[in-house]
Design a protein around this ligand. Structure first.
Ligand SMILES: Cc1cc2nc3c(=O)[nH]c(=O)nc-3n(C[C@H](O)[C@H](O)[C@H](O)COP(=O)(O)OP(=O)(O)OC[C@H]3O[C@@H](n4cnc5c(N)ncnc54)[C@H](O)[C@@H]3O)c2cc1C
Length: 426
């Protein structure tokens, strides 16, 4: 048992925690519970295949994020990719997003969609995500794709989600976009072009770790308790850390329980999420479709809601897939059964040929995966973060901040917090 003094203790060595440590410099220390850093931005090498924790592609909304990312790589280390993705809809393929490709549907379905689109009733205020979908795109588009797909992804009833549940990541389109797309494809989505490191998403983590000050990162160290009054944190090996500031990037609902404060423990119960099982699959040879980057599966053809092809992103010569299957929080998951069902579905849908042998696989559980922003979640998280800030605890990142965000958002939030803290505490 030891006690260390550290100015800023960072919980979690994912992209948020690493970026905060880089920006803060030698006065910070990261506790990471896993044997290696990276969180959901890790990559796995197995039997000659390279996989992530579900497809992790880099898209940017700011120059700062893009430049920071690019500066971590040498020329030739990145693939610059124009996205190609489709939807498996009633046994056939249509381009994504559904709402701007309804002209690819059968004539009768197109008429239904157009009729409802022109007769939809947009509102200034919606009560739920489901209402937003129907108000924006009409009943037919909502019921044919938006509702089944998003209910599969979130593993919950969309009428329980806030209209802002997906924020800027929802592929919004107005009537003009839909008409323009009928004339010729134009993809305005946030990730229409993305970067992907040839060494997998985890190559970014390796680059960030090379720039950390020595001894900043402690792996295999799980935070288990925090005494916020005395600014003392304890890890799973019984070691103590006396800190001035604590930055948390671990899942907020679990972190709150470590503070031993009944009001915060109670609020943690209001934070809901799903879990996603990721099956990474490596096959003997290429699949028939050599163009597709990923496929959305809204229907019951497969348990998966999305299937992606790393080999088509990186132009490698054997099919290398990720399959994402969503489950409600706390559900028991039989990984072997899901693997068996998935392989059957992939072959049945012709995505993988019957005689294309599975050479290697691994199953990973992302828990939490998608936070479910319900009607009062924004308010609850705001109150929690304010209470934590009063104790010099700042909770950031996708799960620390409990929001739907990208890796770029995590980096930028970490940099911005570090700047504020430097101004405040130096
Ligand atoms: C299915 C899926 C696909 C995605 N695809 C993309 C994509 O293509 N592009 C994109 O930009 N974003 C994508 N994201 C989002 C992206 O994964 C996150 O925004 C980002 O990785 C979050 O980083 P983070 O550091 O905030 O959290 P995390 O990566 O979750 O890191 C938190 C770290 O805290 C550690 N930890 C947890 N508890 C403790 C504890 N008690 N003590 C110490 N350490 C602890 C964990 O081990 C982990 O390393 C996707 C997310 C999901 C779920």
């Amino acid at each position: 048992m030891s006690e260390k003094h550290v100015k800023t203790l960072i919980v979690g060595g994912g992209i948020s925690g690493l970026c905060a440590a880089l920006a803060l410099g030698p006065d910070s220390m990261i506790l990471e519970k896993e044997p290696e850093p990276g969180g959901y931005c890790r990559s796995i090498r197995q039997d000659g295949f390279l996989w992530d924790f579900a497809g992790h592609f880099f898209h940017f909304r700011t120059d700062m994020g893009r430049q920071f990312f690019l500066s971590q790589f040498k020329p030739g280390e990145l693939a610059d990719v124009q996205k190609r993705c489709q939807i498996l809809y009633r046994g056939r393929r249509i381009d994504y997003p559904f709402q701007t490709h309804i002209h690819q549907l059968e004539k009768a379905e197109l008429i239904d969609c157009l009729y409802d689109l022109f007769h939809r009733r947009p509102k200034n205020h919606y009560d739920s995500f489901l209402e937003l979908l129907a108000g924006s795109y009409g009943h037919a588009v909502t019921e044919k794709f938006l509702r089944p797909y998003n209910e599969k992804l979130y593993a919950c009833d969309l009428s329980t989600l806030d209209p802002a549940a997906m924020g800027r990541f929802f592929p919004a389109a107005d009537l003009q976009d839909i008409i323009d797309n009928m004339k010729g494809s134009c993809d305005r989505s946030y990730n229409s072009r993305f970067f992907y490191p040839k060494g997998g998403a985890g190559a970014l983590i390796e680059a960030l770790c090379r720039r950390l000050y020595p001894d900043t990162l402690l792996t295999g160290r799980e935070l288990v308790a925090v005494d916020a009054e005395h600014k003392l944190a304890c890890d799973n090996q019984g070691d103590y850390y006396r800190y001035e500031i604590l930055i948390n990037s671990s899942p907020l609902h679990r972190f709150l329980r470590m503070l031993d404060k009944p009001a915060l423990t109670e609020m943690a119960k209001r934070l809901r999420c799903n879990q996603v099982l990721v099956l990474n699959l490596g096959f003997e040879r290429k699949a028939p479709d050599r163009e597709l980057h990923w496929l959305y599966v809204p229907g019951a053809e497969a348990d998966a809601y999305r299937v992606g092809f790393y080999d088509n992103v990186l132009n490698t010569d054997r099919a290398s897939l990720y399959v994402e299957i969503s489950f409600p929080e706390g559900a028991q998951i039989d990984k072997e059964k899901e693997l068996d069902l998935t392989l059957r579905a992939l072959r049945r849908q012709g995505l993988i040929q019957e005689d294309n042998a599975l050479l290697s696989h691994c199953a990973l559980l992302m828990d939490p995966a998608y936070v479910q922003l319900r009607h009062d979640t924004g308010k609850t998280v705001g109150e929690i973060r304010e209470a934590l800030a009063g104790m010099d605890i700042f909770s950031i990142g996708r799960y620390g901040g409990w929001r739907y965000c990208s890796m770029e958002d995590c980096m930028l939030e970490a940099f911005s917090l570090a700047e504020n803290l430097k101004g405040r505490y130096t």
